[in-house]
Design a protein around this ligand. Structure first.
Ligand code: ACO
Length: 427
C-alpha cells in the first residue's frame, strides 16, 4: 500500500527511519533523528548554493524551468506583459489578486503621494564621486533611507509594513533618476505627480530645462521590461532580501541587501556584462573565435544560461518582441546584429545544446536600454526598479509565514581540531 513517506536505512547502524513526504519534499530537520550515537548532532543535508533546497513555501511566482513557464500568482507572464501595467503587477504580486479599479486607484495614489524624498538624500548623493557605479550608489542610498524612516522598524504592524512598501515603490524611481543626474552633473528633476509611474521616472531621468517629449512606444517597452523583471521566486537577490529580512531588520535595509546581490555579474549585472562582451567582440567575423574561447573555458557567454531555465527563458522571448518595437523607433545598431548572430551560432553549437544553455532575460535587455539612452553601468538599476515589487511581496510573505525564523544555515566544519595557542616567538 502506497504511503507518503520515505524509508531511509542507515547502513552504519542498520536502523530504518520513515520520513514524511509533502509536496515531493522531505524536511531536512527530519533527518536529524538519524544518529550513530545518542549524543551525535544528527544527520544534515549538504547543499552548497541551495541547488535542491526549498527554503520557503511561496504562493507568489511559479516557474517550470524545463518547460519555460513563468506565472505571477497563476497568471502567465505572456498575458501579464501584454495587458497589465507595472503598478497593476506590483499590486498583484503584493496583494495576491489583480486589483479592481478602486483598489488600483488607491494603490496608485498612495504611491504617487510618496514620490518625494527628503532633500538631505541629495547631500548624501553628492558625497559620491562623479564616476561612482550607479548600483553602489543605489544600495547605499536605499540603506540610508532606513534612517529617515525609523518607524519602518515596526515590522509586526501590517499597516506600517504597507506604508513602508509604498514608500519604497514611490521613492526608488526618484532615487534612481537622481543618481543618474548626479553622474551627469545635471540638476535634479523633481517628481511630477500628474504623470504615471513610468512617465514620471522617465521625465526625472531625461527632462532638460523642464522639457521632455515622451515617446509612448519606448515608455510601454520600458514598462514591459519592468514587468518581466518583477519577480522570479527565490533567486539570489530575493533570497538575500528574505535572509536579511528574517533578522527582523526594516525593509529598506533588507531591500538594500537585495540590490547588493543584484549588482553581481552573475545576476542582474549580467545585462551590463553582455554589452561589454558585445563591445569586446566588435564585429561579426570575430564571433566564431569568441565562442571557441568560451568553450575552452575562457569566460562565459554572458546572457546565456540559467540556474532554473533549461529551455528558452520565456522572458527572453518576450524581450525579443520588445526589441523589435524599440529598434523600429531608434534604428538598428551593430551590437544587435552581433547579438543575433551570437545567439544563432550558440543555439546550434553542441557545447551549448548539451548544457541546455539558452538566452536569459539579460541577453537582449541591455541592448534595449542602450537604445533608449541609458548608460551601460545604469542597466542594473532598471532591473532593480523592476524587481522591487517582487522583493517586497516576498518580504511580506516571509514576515507573515509562521514557519520562518532567522535564516541561519549549518556548515560542515573542515578546520583544525582544538590546538593550543602558539606564542609569537614559536611560530
Ligand atoms: N557560457 C558558457 N558556459 C556556461 C555558461 C555560459 N553563460 N553558463 C553555464 N555554462 C556551463 C558551465 O561552464 C558548466 O559547464 P561544465 O558542466 O562543463 O562545467 C555548465 O554550463 C553548468 O554551469 P553552472 O555554472 O554549473 O550553472 P549554474 O546554474 O550554476 O549557473 C548562471 C547559472 C550563473 C546563470 C550561469 O549560466 C552563468 O554564469 N551565465 C552567465 C551570466 C548570466 O547571464 N547571468 C544572468 C542570469 S539571469 C539573471 O540573473 C537575471
Amino acid at each position: 500500500m502506497a504511503s507518503d513517506t520515505l524509508t531511509i536505512t542507515d547502513n552504519r547502524t542498520g536502523k530504518a527511519y520513515d520520513v514524511p513526504i509533502t509536496d515531493d519534499t522531505i524536511r531536512a530537520i527530519d533527518l536529524r533523528q538519524i544518529k550513530v550515537k545518542d549524543d551525535d548532532f544528527g544527520m544534515m543535508t549538504y547543499d552548497p548554493a541551495f541547488m535542491n533546497t526549498a527554503a520557503c513555501r511561496s504562493a507568489i511566482t511559479y516557474i517550470d524551468g524545463d518547460r519555460g513557464i513563468l506565472r505571477y500568482r497563476g497568471y502567465p507572464i505572456e498575458q501579464i506583459a501584454d495587458k497589465a501595467t507595472f503598478l497593476e503587477v506590483a499590486y498583484l504580486l503584493n496583494e495576491g489578486e489583480l486589483p479592481n479599479r478602486a483598489q488600483l486607484d488607491k494603490w496608485t495614489n498612495d504611491i504617487r503621494f510618496h514620490t518625494y524624498v527628503h532633500t538631505n538624500l541629495i547631500k548624501f548623493l553628492e558625497g559620491y564621486r562623479y564616476d561612482a557605479h550607479p548600483m553602489g550608489m543605489l544600495l547605499g542610498i536605499v540603506g540610508g533611507l532606513s534612517t529617515f524612516y525609523p518607524d519602518a522598524k515596526d515590522i509586526e504592524d501590517k499597516q506600517n509594513r504597507y506604508i513602508q512598501r509604498v514608500r519604497l515603490m514611490a521613492k526608488l524611481p526618484t532615487l534612481a533618476a537622481f543618481l543618474f543626474r548626479h553622474s551627469r552633473g545635471l540638476p535634479y528633476e523633481f517628481p511630477r505627480n500628474d504623470l504615471g509611474y513610468v512617465g514620471n521616472y522617465v521625465n526625472m531621468m531625461f527632462s532638460i530645462g523642464g522639457k521632455h517629449e515622451p515617446n509612448p512606444v519606448l515608455q510601454r517597452a520600458l514598462e514591459i521590461l519592468l514587468i518581466l523583471h518583477a519577480d522570479h521566486e527565490q533567486n539570489c537577490s530575493t533570497s538575500a532580501v528574505r535572509a536579511v529580512g528574517s533578522s527582523g531588520v526594516d525593509p529598506f535595509s533588507a531591500v538594500s541587501a537585495g540590490i547588493a546581490a543584484l549588482y553581481g555579474p552573475l545576476h542582474g549585472g549580467a545585462n551590463e556584462a553582455v554589452l561589454r562582451m558585445l563591445d569586446e567582440i566588435g564585429t561579426k567575423d570575430k564571433i566564431p573565435a569568441f565562442i571557441e574561447s568560451v568553450k575552452q573555458g575562457h569566460g562565459r557567454l554572458m546572457g546565456f544560461g540559467h540556474r532554473v531555465y533549461k529551455s528558452y527563458d520565456p522572458r527572453a522571448k518576450l524581450i525579443k518582441k520588445v526589441a523589435d518595437d524599440v529598434f523600429a523607433q531608434t534604428g538598428l545598431n551593430n551590437k544587435l546584429e552581433i547579438a543575433l548572430e551570437l545567439e544563432r551560432i550558440a543555439l546550434s553549437d553542441e557545447y551549448f545544446i548539451k548544457r541546455k544553455l539558452y538566452p536569459n532575460v539579460d541577453f537582449y535587455s541591455g541592448l534595449i536600454y542602450q537604445a533608449m539612452g541609458y548608460p551601460t553601468d545604469y542597466f542594473t538599476v532598471i532591473f532593480a526598479l523592476g524587481r522591487l515589487p517582487g522583493w517586497l511581496a516576498q518580504w511580506e510573505e516571509m514576515i507573515g509565514d509562521k514557519e520562518q525564523k532567522i535564516a541561519r544555515p549549518r556548515q560542515i566544519y573542515t578546520g583544525h581540531d582544538e590546538r593550543p595557542y602558539v606564542p609569537m616567538e614559536k611560530r
